[in-house]
Design a protein around this ligand. Structure first.
Ligand code: GLN
Length: 537
């Protein structure tokens, strides 16, 4: 196939219905047919990227190899598909306008009035097609954030209409994800909100080919028939998406409901036996654990699962690999005190100190590191968590009372964590951290080497501060060591306490690279060590 087929996924009735998961599941099923698939997310908000958004606003900020700060749905795409996404996979209104305004300033539209139609919509269309820049894709899935009817998504939906017009209906399809609410008072499933949202879609010139209906209860054939008739879709294109225990069930459920079948039919692609053995094998391990362990996730955004999405998913992958169910105990670092720490952390088989920014909750994080170090509890410190592991060792073992990060105390006596030189002149906040993939060289005979089983690795980053190498001699010793560093700049990437069953701090974010088919070695080995602790109890 040389010309890609375009699938657009829109949402109706409410947000948070799981468009990302449904898109990723369909992509997984099409991949299982041997097709080359990629997915992108178009976000109608005005921020240029979600990098400047607080996790409470929009969940975790996911980072790609090429250093794009993106929507967390890209994490689902990578975890489901084992593909590498890039900045092309996530476009916002802000980015579109920024590109158009830059072109205008360069004089590219000279003499013309620059308008939403055609200039903004053309830019959107270019970004949709541009996903296939290597010309190797059979299918492009484009997920439109938000719900139809939102003012800010109008230009995106108009651009979708134009792409369908230009590519032809035989080469494009619209999947509308909607909610069928259940009214417990009358014991009924209601279709009217879906009818209205399909009508809104039609007013915009878009016809839904498939309805994916989120529901708590099974949809009867009668309800499906009603939806098909009133929403103008074929009966077999009304796909039920019932609540499931794990998101990793969704591809199988979608296959049972025939979402892949109707998609292949629409594009006249011959259906073959899907290759999902590895996926099913993972699901089997996930659902039949031999053990259960408790991992503490110490952070300051723990009220919201989406804030640490990739860490939680990485633990699921690593748990399945170790045949252990990982119960994550979310522990709010702001509320950890010397007095309550033992009570709060005693039950844990492993402790993760999460990434983060700013002062809030830091004292609790340092107490959690100390607890893990002193009590031999397997420990993984990620980014800020690694920085806190260094500060804890400096303060409590090396007796450097005033050791700190200049992020917290600019004038501290011992800035063991300091702003990177490359960051010193930077004023703008958006997209200016040390982002994306950088190399790290690992020392032999370390837990990291045993995990990765190789010397040179590449991991994704998102930080401004680093270990201050002027303190190397004062902090590191025969117990606390640098286990990995950047081969060119010597930036400390991994620290380990080797006088401990498993104590690893990483400046990078391993959670961005764990997938169903390739669970991340750091998480796999951290969970393995935690399981060992549990079994030795
Ligand atoms: N705030 C720290 C820094 O910028 C850590 C960042 C993080 O945890 N992602 O270096």
């Amino acid at each position: 196939m040389n010309k890609p087929k375009y699938i657009f996924v829109t949402g109706g009735v409410t947000s948070s219905l799981g468009k990302g998961i449904v898109s990723a599941s369909l992509a997984r099923l099409l991949q299982a047919q041997g097709l080359n698939v990629s997915i992108q997310k178009l976000d109608p908000y005005i921020n240029v990227d979600p990098g400047t958004l607080n996790p409470y606003e929009h969940g975790e900020c996911y980072v790609t190899d090429d250093g794009a700060e993106t929507d967390l749905d890209l994490g689902h795409y990578e975890r489901f598909l084992s593909i590498n996404t890039s900045q092309k996979n996530n476009i916002t209104t802000g980015k579109i306008y920024q590109n158009v305004i830059e072109k205008e300033r360069k004089g590219e539209f000279l003499g013309k009035t620059v308008q939403v139609i055609p200039h903004i919509t053309n830019e959107i269309k270019e970004n949709i097609r541009n996903l296939n820049n290597k010309n190797n894709l059979d299918i492009i899935i484009t997920e439109i954030g938000g719900t139809v009817g939102d003012i800010e998504s109008l230009p995106f939906l108009e651009a979708v209409r134009q792409v369908i017009y230009e590519e032809g209906p035989e080469n494009s399809m619209v999947i509308h994800l909607t909610l069928i609410p259940y009214l417990s008072a009358t014991g009924e499933l209601k279709t009217k909100p879906t009818q209205h949202s399909v009508k809104t879609l039609m007013e915009l010139g878009l016809k839904a080919d498939v309805l994916v209906c989120r529901t708590e209860k099974v949809l009867s054939d009668e309800i499906k028939k009603k939806l098909a008739l009133f929403c103008n879709v074929r009966f077999d294109c009304v796909i039920q998406s019932i609540d499931v225990d794990t998101i990793y069930d969704v591809p199988i459920k979608m296959m049972d409901e025939g979402l892949d079948k109707v998609t292949l039919e629409k594009f006249k692609i011959k259906e073959s036996e899907p290759n999902l053995d590895k996926w099913k094998n993972f699901l089997h391990r996930l659902k039949n654990p031999a053990h259960q362990i408790n991992i503490g996730l110490v952070g300051k955004y723990v009220e919201l699962d989406d804030s640490y999405k990739s860490i939680l998913e990485s633990l699921i992958h690593a748990g399945a690999e170790n045949e252990a169910k990982v119960n994550v105990n979310s522990i709010h670092s702001e509320y950890i005190t010397k007095e309550n720490i033992s009570k709060n952390l005693r039950q844990l088989d492993g402790i993760i100190v999460a990434p983060g920014f700013g002062q809030r909750g830091l004292d609790g994080k340092i107490l959690a590191v100390e607890y893990a170090r002193v009590n031999n509890v397997p420990f993984l410190g990620i980014c800020l968590g690694m920085q806190m592991a260094v500060i804890e060792y400096a303060r409590n073992v090396k007796k450097m009372r005033y050791a700190n990060s200049t992020e917290i105390s600019e004038k501290c006596k011992d800035p063991v964590i300091d702003l990177m030189i490359s960051q010193k002149e930077i004023i703008n906040k958006g997209g200016t951290m040390r982002l994306g993939a950088w190399d790290c060289k690992i020392k032999k005979n370390t837990k990291s080497y045993k995990s990765y089983k190789k010397k040179l690795i590449s991991e994704r980053h998102r930080h401004r501060y680093e270990f201050n190498n002027n303190y190397s001699d004062r902090i590191f010793d025969d117990k606390f060591i640098i286990a990995g560093s950047n081969p060119d700049t010597k930036l400390v990437e991994i620290v380990e306490n080797i006088d401990h069953p498993w104590f690893v701090g990483v400046q990078f974010h391993p959670e961005y690279k764990s997938s169903v088919y390739n669970p991340h070695p750091i998480f796999v080995n951290f969970v393995k060590a935690s399981l060992k602790k549990y079994l030795n109890k």
